[in-house]
Design a protein around this ligand. Structure first.
Ligand code: G6P
Length: 367
């Protein structure tokens, strides 16, 4: 059946391991073999005349939205507002004409997200949802529901639903970019072929289990952990900190690397590990300075990066976790794997209940 652990110790481990397959299925659904462009069901969505996107969700799905903001803005030139459903629904935010609203939800039943959708019903031009459960309320009440095809997710801490949400949102951003004439044919083709290669890259990330377990054993001794990332890695740092809190009960916070100086640096000492997600990209040198600031205060760095990044970071890094090199737009999907595995192995080292963390529910259908 689809609801056994298939030889894994926890559903969460099984769901992490399933990611190459489910991401592959999501990519193949929207980019069938031979397709040169992203195919949406019904194919009635055209982003050419959209002026603004509003994206609303809770929890991990909210971090998927924050990531997608970078994609929609950079690839498609579309202004995006992202909000937490419980804030959005009561703020009475104006929804200006030519706004498309996107609701992201694994369960499709989260009360606040559903209420936010209903708030937008007569205000937005179009309501899209990105859901895992196609017959859910959020799917039924939207103009178009885009399935993420992650399969049943049992672990309370979302893993494969997150990376499938990201994959679908990235494909949506590529479609928006193409509709708006913002990406040339060659760039679209490059990004599409990179997406098709994503499952193989995810497999390479999963192979880093040993290095991740070693870093996690160290993290399991900590009382507080700081997560840092820039650009597309900032929302991922937020998700990494959330995962760690949820299942290991270690206090974790995430900051945009550039904010280090504006507060969190005051907390750095030898007891506070700092997890840094940083592929070697255009902003990498700035992140190296942040790491030096941490190390100068005896902070311990867990660096998740590619070969070039790990080489560029120099000595002094406490733990290095090596990712394959991928097209830069894919990095949040790939780097989600070590974020999940770090939390998972830290929780296992602490002996907490990984699949049923205390006080948390898989689906929050009441306020
Ligand atoms: C709960 C779950 C989270 C999830 C959030 C939103 O807090 O524990 O894993 O991200 O709800 O749920 P949804 O089903 O709307 O994605």
């Amino acid at each position: 059946t689809s609801v056994d652990k298939a030889g894994h110790k926890h559903f969460m481990a099984k769901e992490i391991a399933e990611q190459p397959a489910v991401i592959g299925a999501a990519v193949a659904h929207y980019l069938p073999a031979g397709a040169q462009s992203v195919q949406l069901p019904g194919d009635t969505v055209d982003f050419a005349d959209v002026e603004r996107l509003v994206m609303v969700a809770c929890g991990t799905a909210y971090y998927a939205c924050l990531t997608a903001k970078y994609w929609f803005e950079q690839l498609a030139g579309l202004p995006v507002e992202v909000d937490i459903a419980s804030e959005f629904r009561y703020r009475e935010p104006p929804v200006t004409p030519r706004t498309t609203a996107i609701f992201v939800s694994q369960s499709g039943e989260t009360a606040d997200t559903l209420a936010a959708l209903r708030y937008c019903r007569d205000k937005a031009d179009r309501i899209l949802s990105v859901v895992n459960v196609p017959e859910s309320s959020i799917a039924r009440e939207s103009d178009l529901a885009l399935p993420i095809l992650a399969g049943t997710e049992i672990g309370v801490a979302s893993t494969k639903a997150f990376t499938c949400q990201l994959s679908v949102l990235l494909m949506l951003a590529i479609k928006a970019a193409a509709d708006r004439g913002r990406l040339g044919e060659v760039e679209v083709a490059d990004t599409i072929s990179a997406l098709r290669g994503l499952p193989a890259a995810i497999n390479l990330a999963l192979d880093q289990g040993k290095a991740i377990r070693r870093a996690a054993r160290r993290l399991s001794e900590a009382r507080d952990v700081l997560f840092l990332g820039r650009g597309l890695m900032y929302p991922l740092a937020l998700e990494g900190a959330l995962k760690l809190k949820e299942i290991s009960y270690i206090h974790a916070e995430a900051y945009a690397s550039g904010e280090l100086k504006h507060g969190p640096i005051a907390l750095i000492d030898k007891h506070m590990p700092v997890v840094v997600f940083a592929p070697r990209d255009a902003l990498f040198d700035k992140t190296v300075s942040n790491m030096q600031e941490v190390m100068a205060r005896k902070g311990k760095i867990v660096l998740v990066s590619d070969d070039a990044g790990i080489a560029g970071a120099g000595d002094g890094v406490w733990s290095a976790i090596r990712m394959p090199q991928v097209h830069p737009v894919l990095s949040p999907i790939l780097y989600a794997i070590p974020a999940q595995l770090l939390a998972y192995h830290t929780a296992v080292a602490k002996g907490t209940d990984v699949d049923q963390p205390r006080n948390l529910a898989k689906s929050v259908t009441v306020e």
